[in-house]
Ligand binder design. Structure first.
Ligand SMILES: Nc1ncnc2c1ncn2[C@@H]1O[C@H](COP(=O)(O)OP(=O)(O)OP(=O)(O)O)[C@@H](O)[C@H]1O
Ligand SMILES: [Mg+2]
Length: 265
């Protein structure tokens, strides 16, 4: 089952809680509490929340890198029990293997699936799409931060994931590079139609990119709001509806923090 459209990349999170053991203190930490979400195939969804509220933990559950303590995470009707190339993950930084060239980084997943020969043209296309043709044989430390993130996105896309999980992929970049890459992410999404799940601290980024935004409370991480964004793309960051939604989300984050027992920002 892959949602009503028949396309893949349908994520359902049912009453998920995650409790970590605090080894040093012989106590526990509730990172996620009663999370319910449904993300449709090809949808672009963002998750915003204060630092430490459990965003990465939630994404790692969807990636299959973390188990749930309670509840169930499913992709296309099947419980997620481990990682799967159909769910690609891009981290904030250090996402590339430093000992591999740009080309080898991007083709890494294809090599692992023994589809490299079939995928050679795809890798060339991705290198060119990422604007890295002149740097395909360079190593990550020879690239700028923006180039590294473009290469990391290209690497995640090489295996054609149904779901792209993006954990602050642009977090370390200056605002100008960031805005350019936001447009590139939108182009990619429109071309490929993957389900996109983006974690960001940047509310403007979430409003610029997403069809829907989940707002999380500070620890324990719960979903405190879900906002649908009806504006068409490309969006105008200065438009009044853009600013209204942005301000409403900032207020939500502020109140969620005020209501919280803990101070996490
Ligand atoms: N493997 C782990 N063992 C124990 N505690 C963990 C583990 N991973 C995360 N935590 C705790 O769970 C909470 C949520 O962490 P998480 O990394 O998901 O937050 P986040 O919202 O992604 O924060 P940030 O915005 O700073 O990246 C934190 O208090 C963190 O210390
Ligand atoms: Mg995080």
């Amino acid at each position: 089952m892959a949602g009503q459209s028949g396309r893949k990349g349908h994520i359902v999170i049912e009453n998920v809680s995650k409790i970590f053991a605090r080894g040093d203190m012989n106590s526990t930490l509730v990172a996620l509490k009663n999370i319910d979400m449904e993300i449709m195939p090809c949808e672009f969804v963002s998750i915003v929340g204060a630092s430490g509220c459990g965003k990465s933990t939630l994404l790692r559950v969807i990636a299959g890198l973390e188990t749930t303590t309670v509840g169930n995470a499913m992709c296309d009707g099947k419980t997620i029990t481990g990682t799967d190339p159909r769910r690609g993950l891009v981290f904030q930084e250090n996402a590339l293997f430093p000992w591999l060239s740009v080309r080898d980084n991007i083709s890494f997943g294809l090599r692992a699936t023994k589809k490299y020969e079939l995928g050679k043209k795809l890798v060339d296309d991705l290198i060119s799409m990422a604007g890295l043709s002149e740097f395909s044989n360079s190593y990550p430390h020879h690239l700028s931060g923006g180039m590294r993130q473009r290469a990391a996105l290209a690497r995640a896309l090489a295996v054609s994931p149904d779901v792209l999980l993006l954990d602050e992929p642009l977090g370390a970049l200056d605002s100008f590079t960031r805005m350019n890459l936001q447009d590139e992410m939108l182009n990619l999404w429109h071309e490929r139609g993957n389900t996109m799940i983006l974690i960001t601290h940047d509310v403007d980024e979430a409003v610029y990119l997403s069809e829907r935004i989940y707002v999380m409370s500070p620890r324990p991480g719960m979903i405190v709001d879900e906002i649908s964004l009806p504006m068409s793309y490309p969006r105008n960051r200065g438009a009044s509806d853009f600013m209204d939604i942005r301000n409403a989300i900032l207020r939500k984050l502020h109140f969620a923090r005020e209501d919280s027992q803990e101070y996490n920002l």
